[in-house]
Design a protein around this ligand. Structure first.
Ligand code: PYC
Length: 321
């Protein structure tokens, strides 16, 4: 299917914005340079090497903000896939993005390009199947997840702490919340705390598989909402926190719960975010693989053509470094 819709003018990029549980996704549907042929991972490398200034123009200030996630739709080599997608943020690129995948389906439905049912999307870390339901909600069957290390030790503020290291399409360090309540009023303290964990992991060479950087930190705690099983706070790579319960973070959490015998196959886990939005998650085991599915809903809130004016000193965003 041809998703790309060219904007009417050169030097414009056509985007559609949405949010999923409060977390924004900016889907790029036209006006982006051709990234050539090959896998999504290869196209992502070309994006990074040759067009990183487009990433900055799309998600950084003055057009975006630190919390903005971008999703560039690109053709997939796999004829069974609806589209390929490259996810990016204020500092770089993401493997998978759960809330962003829900946003893409909401956008394609808004454009009349898809009907309810399952749709395969090709990401740089593998194929996911996202099902659009009649009520607009979306279930994302993610790439296989796993717990890489149980209760890895790390010094946080001179005190010994520990957490699980797990893959859910991105790398996560998952630990219990400290004595700071997981409520919006405490976001600054929670950012400080999780940023210290992030630095401690780097300083002590604690990584995911094959030395991959753990760039998301997920705190879990009780929820004041009796409908949720837990509330989380997820620090994203560029120091923004996820307003949604984080699809890949929830996937990583489901794998840990399953391994600890706290969640059975098919059992629903209701993961709440710091702002009170919920994803429903479940896990199934196929042979030795754990396949997480997460369900939520995204709302389209803007359709825009961004203008790339060479006279504008911040045409390519305000530099972040
Ligand atoms: O939903 O997977 C997610 C996600 C990753 C970063 C922000 N949201």
């Amino acid at each position: 299917m041809e998703i790309v819709i060219q904007p009417p003018e050169v030097n414009t990029i056509r985007i559609i914005d949405s949010h999923t549980g409060g977390e924004p996704t900016r889907v790029v549907i036209g006006g982006f340079p051709d990234l050539g042929l090959g896998s999504i991972a290869r196209k992502q490398k070309v994006f990074q090497a040759e067009y990183d200034h487009y990433r900055q123009a799309l998600v950084n200030e003055p057009r975006g903000s630190d919390i903005q996630i971008g999703a560039l739709l690109v053709p997939s080599d796999d004829p069974l896939c609806l589209t390929g997608v490259i996810f990016f943020n204020n500092i770089g690129y993401l493997g998978m993005c759960g809330h962003g995948t829900m946003g893409i389906l909401a956008v394609l439905s808004h454009l009349g390009k898809i009907n309810p049912g399952p749709h395969r999307l090709d990401t740089s870390v593998g194929i996911v199947t996202a099902t659009l339901h009649e009520d607009g909600s979306v279930s994302v069957q993610n790439v296989p997840g796993y717990r890489y290390r149980k209760q890895a030790s790390v010094q946080i503020d001179g005190e010994k702490g520990s957490g699980d290291i797990a893959w859910g399409g991105n790398w996560f360090f998952l630990c219990d919340a400290p004595s700071i309540d997981l409520i919006p009023r405490n976001t600054e303290a929670l950012i400080d705390y999780t940023w210290k964990i992030r630095h401690a992991l780097c300083a002590h060479g604690i990584t995911g598989k094959d030395g991959q950087e753990i760039d998301h930190i997920e705190l879990s705690g009780p929820s004041p909402n009796s409908e949720a099983d837990s509330r989380n706070f997820v620090l994203c790579p560029g120091k923004a926190y996820d307003r949604s319960p984080c699809g890949t973070g929830t996937s990583a959490k489901l794998c840990c719960l399953f391994k600890d015998g706290k969640l059975k196959q098919g059992q629903i886990w209701r993961q709440e975010s710091i702002v009170g939005t919920i994803f429903e998650g479940s896990i199934k085991q196929i042979n030795s693989q754990l396949i997480p599915t997460i369900k939520g809903i995204a709302f389209v809130n803007a359709t825009t053509d961004l203008i790339l004016n060479p006279e504008d000193p911040f045409c390519w965003g305000i530099p972040t470094e």
